[in-house]
Design a protein around this ligand. Structure first.
Ligand SMILES: [Zn+2]
Length: 213
């Protein structure tokens, strides 16, 4: 199974790895820093052996990368993998911001139902079944998020089940939260945030989260 070095070293942007499969335009490697879309967090962008990765997909616990071309590549080749580090940082900051917002909404509204979420490099969004205007909770939500970011609390990440590759994160004041994404090391790394409300449908409310750099 591929070693997911993006969990242990989320800031790493270059890795020497080895091809374990080459099938048409698709390859697999024995070790990777290139995250594949899951849990609403978009895939990284980057290259393998200097060829752009067009698609990264989880197949069970393996990750399959579709390259622009695999001409000249064969199983066993040592190759360099690179990812867009600036984009990864924004994804990690917005990903954790969204997780924090979700946990805080659950803490104050235990019956609320999340209907969707997406983490892109420019913004994150979370959708809820919600009666009324969700912007009503923004002042308190903003104050609590800002405080946790100012506290710069350590974010602990580890396996809850190593064989099954199930992971969690934890910060002081919160229960363990299951998540297989990539995470910043402390809440201070998130930086300043701002929220925007959208109404994507009847009875649905959306919180959009932007980095306020
Ligand atoms: Zn996460």
């Amino acid at each position: 199974m591929v070693v997911k070095t993006f969990w242990q070293e989320p800031d790493r942007t270059q890795l020497e790895t080895r091809l374990t499969a080459v099938d048409g335009d698709r390859v697999q490697v024995d070790d990777t820093i290139f995250f594949a879309f899951s849990g609403g967090q978009e895939s990284d962008r980057g290259s393998i052996a200097a060829r752009p990765v067009l698609l990264a997909e989880n197949h069970g616990r393996e990750i399959v990368y579709t390259l622009q071309s695999t001409a000249g590549l064969k199983v066993g080749d040592r190759v360099t993998m690179r990812i867009d580090g600036a984009r990864r940082r924004r994804l990690m900051r917005l990903h954790f911001a969204a997780e924090l917002v979700l946990e805080l909404v659950y803490q104050s509204h235990s019956q609320v139902k999340k209907t969707g979420a997406h983490i892109a490099a420019d913004k994150a969004r979370i959708d809820f079944q919600w009666a009324g205007n969700i912007a009503g909770i923004f002042p308190e939500l903003q104050a609590r998020v800002d405080q946790i970011i100012a506290d710069d609390r350590t974010i602990t990440c580890d396996f809850s089940d190593r064989a099954g590759e199930r992971r969690f994160w934890k910060i002081d004041g919160f229960a363990e939260v299951p998540c297989g994404g990539t995470h910043v090391k402390s809440t201070g790394e998130i930086g300043a945030l701002r929220f925007k409300r959208k109404n994507p449908g009847r009875g649905l409310e959306r919180i959009e989260i932007y980095l306020d750099d």
